[in-house]
Design a protein around this ligand. Structure first.
Ligand code: HEM
Ligand code: HEM
Length: 230
């Protein structure tokens, strides 16, 4: 049976699978259609693609960007809070607990303001603050970052994907202004799609290697380098 710590751990993978991954599929589908329609119109070829696909892509894209930021906040919340409790940080270093809570609050506020910001300066500022908040939380003790193998790290690849989503949201009006912006957007987010695919792979790998809560005391006695257990 899964107990509460296990269920809390599953919240992030669960939302990734039933909400964020489908959104990625829809956003990418509309993105390809937007591009194909533009190419067809440019060459005056007939196309059955609806002129509103660009708008549809942006509508889904706006949901996607915020959802990925939320998903990262959730993925980080579990290991951070668990570590604060296990190490009884409230007794030894209450400032750290207050700091983490404040950064959470500020990061959430920063994304909300980013959605409402109109001028380039405000969008730039709140995108930077959102990204900064995610990195400050990501660097907290207890987060498993896999620094030695950063190229297959669920943490680092996921953080880069989140930064690309924040950047897309922050530069939304610019994407319409020139061909250079549009192609930059398309190129960066093609990388984002590859990173999201990697998140699917590294995420299920990590799920497989994390023990159930009640098994932890036994599993963590194992020698992971030599693959032996007492
Ligand atoms: C899976 C992620 C995404 C991919 C693969 C993607 C890709 C693309 C592509 C290929 C285009 C068409 C470029 C062209 O016509 O030359 C496009 C257009 C656009 N995208 Fe994205 N994008 C993604 C996410 C986002 C997000 C998160 C936003 C903003 C919130 C966004 C905003 C836009 C805008 C404003 C356009 C211009 C639409 C138009 O021309 O009507 N995209 N994107
Ligand atoms: C959009 C895709 C995703 C992004 C951006 C993302 C991002 C993150 C981040 C930043 C963390 C915290 C760092 C860490 O512990 O590695 C995390 C944790 C985790 N993610 Fe994801 N993730 C995504 C999808 C998935 C999927 C599809 C799964 C599995 C089906 C998954 C499983 C996990 C697990 C098991 C953890 C550890 C949670 C814990 O320690 O409690 N993730 N994710």
């Amino acid at each position: 049976m899964l107990d509460t710590p296990d269920l809390l751990r599953l919240l992030h993978p669960f939302l990734a699978v039933i909400w964020v991954m489908p959104l990625i599929g829809v956003a990418t589908y509309f993105a390809i259609q937007t591009r194909q329609r533009r190419l067809a119109v440019n060459t005056k070829a007939k196309t059955r693609i609806n002129p509103l696909v660009g708008t549809d892509h942006v509508r889904v894209g706006r949901w996607l960007a915020g959802s990925v930021v939320g998903l990262v906040l959730l993925g980080l919340a579990h290991p951070i809070i668990k570590t604060l409790i296990r190490e009884q940080v409230w007794a030894s270093d209450p400032f750290r607990v207050v700091f983490v809570a404040l950064v959470y609050g500020f990061t959430l506020a920063a994304v909300v303001v980013l959605y409402r910001a109109r001028t380039a300066q405000w969008r730039g500022l709140f995108a930077t603050l959102t990204g900064l908040g995610l990195w400050l939380l990501g660097m907290q003790p207890g987060v498993f970052r896999r620094g030695q193998e950063w190229y297959v790290s669920h943490f680092y690849l996921g953080m880069v994907a989140a930064m690309l989503m924040i950047f897309a949201l922050a530069t939304l009006p610019e994407i319409y202004t020139s061909k250079r912006w549009r192609l930059t957007h398309a190129a960066l987010n093609t990388v984002a799609v590859l990173l999201f695919i990697s998140q699917g792979i590294t995420g299920v790998r990590d799920l497989l290697s994390i023990p159930l809560h009640w098994q932890e005391p036994y599993i963590y006695q194992c020698d992971f380098a030599n693959r032996t257990c007492p």
